[in-house]
Design a protein. Sequence first.
Length: 212
Amino acid sequence: MTTQREADLLSAGYGAGFTSPRELANFMAQVRRPKLKASRGILMAQLYVLLHQHRLDCGDVDEKLLGIYRSRDAASEGVQRLKLQSGFRDHPQDFLLTPRSVGELTWADGFEDPEPGSSEGTVSRLPGADDKITDLAYVVYHEFEHPEGVDNVRLIGLFSQETDANRAIEHLQAKPGFQRHEDGFSVGTYQLDKDHWTEGFFTTSHDDFRSE
């Protein structure tokens, strides 16, 4: 039997422009987590990260961060707008919406495997992190090139303060995996509820050229 929440998610998926069973299943699977998550008795504010993960002919996955939103509905509206643009309209099944708690670290104990895959490793809260949501989010990424030439990219976490983002990097630099690629960290600043890659993208047979 379909629950009311499942019915609401299905309605939101249709509202975002998803029509095929695969698109709807992927959308619903990514937004089933509650808006607030408890961590050791503390309610953590949550944002919604919208990604587009397009697999290239060479086998690499080209991941674009399209926006960070305060609510699932706002993210769904972003999908609906971006699906009309070049590149995105050719790969509508590649949108990925994932909830992220502010101040939460993924791969908190480092990593040993060469590929991040779908796992986020150990997830924990950065001690002392401010989870108050403002108009900006500071996004910590870690990226390095694997010996086979494949980019290895991890979204580490979202933070409401730049100082917390920098502390997260310091916290992880000595961890397994990260210590071999200390220069792979970066911090990006994103305005909440704002779409990125609004002009879409296009690919060629050799490279993926992007316009933002």
